[in-house]
Design a protein around this ligand. Structure first.
Ligand code: ADP
Length: 185
């Protein structure tokens, strides 16, 4: 199964993506996690990404698209994958769909985790993971970037018939059950 999980920062994408990927036995590919690992290791990719991440803006598409293309070309992604945090704008979505169309392996489902803004701000402020981009000001900016850049993907995928919107408010298990039920697994 080839899946994308989309939703605002703090919607619980990372948590749900890990559980769903495990239960479907497909790799969980989180662009945020890959960038953070590279920043932590001080790689050239990490050095390119850091300033954007700290500001809560998107890393340039050329950088992100190339990184994801490489990751999807790895053998473990042949049987399927769950993308978390990508695509994040229409340009990335077009690049992804061209790549997947070329190999005749289109997306099966795009799951939208729906959580209202005040809810996600509270969740992010209280999660206390010490992420550099989890201050209130940067959180609000990430939410603005989500609304302007990422939210248009919801219509894009709805028009293509692959969107499934899920209520993201509830316990982790409740939300997982809702997602698995729309995947019919
Ligand atoms: P969140 O969803 O909580 O904002 P992520 O871990 O998904 O957290 O992303 C953290 C940061 O990593 C983003 O603010 C952005 O700077 C960068 N990033 C992650 N995914 C992408 C992407 N697809 N395109 C550009 N930048 C990205």
């Amino acid at each position: 199964m080839r899946l994308v999980l989309v939703g605002p920062p703090g919607a619980g994408k990372g948590t749900q993506a890990a559980v769903i990927a495990q239960s479907l036995a497909i790799p969980h590919i989180s662009t945020g996690d890959i960038f953070r690992a590279n920043v932590g290791q001080g790689t050239p990719l990490g050095l390119q990404a850091k300033e954007y991440m700290d500001a809560g803006t998107l890393v340039p598409d050329e950088v992100t698209n190339a990184m994801v293309a490489d990751r999807l070309a790895e053998p473990d992604a042949v049987a399927g994958f769950l993308l978390d945090g990508y695509p994040r704008n229409l340009g990335q979505a077009d690049v992804l769909s061209q790549q997947l169309d070329a190999s005749k392996t289109p997306l099966d489902v795009v799951v939208e985790l729906v959580v209202d803004t005040e809810h996600v701000v509270q969740r992010l402020l209280s999660r206390g993971q010490g992420r550099a981009d989890d201050t209130e000001e940067i959180i609000r900016h990430r939410l603005e970037v989500y609304a302007s850049e990422t939210e248009p993907l919801v219509d894009y995928y709805r028009e293509r018939g692959v969107l499934r919107a899920i209520d993201g408010v509830g316990s982790v298990d409740e939300v997982t059950d809702r997602i698995l039920s729309v995947l019919k697994v």
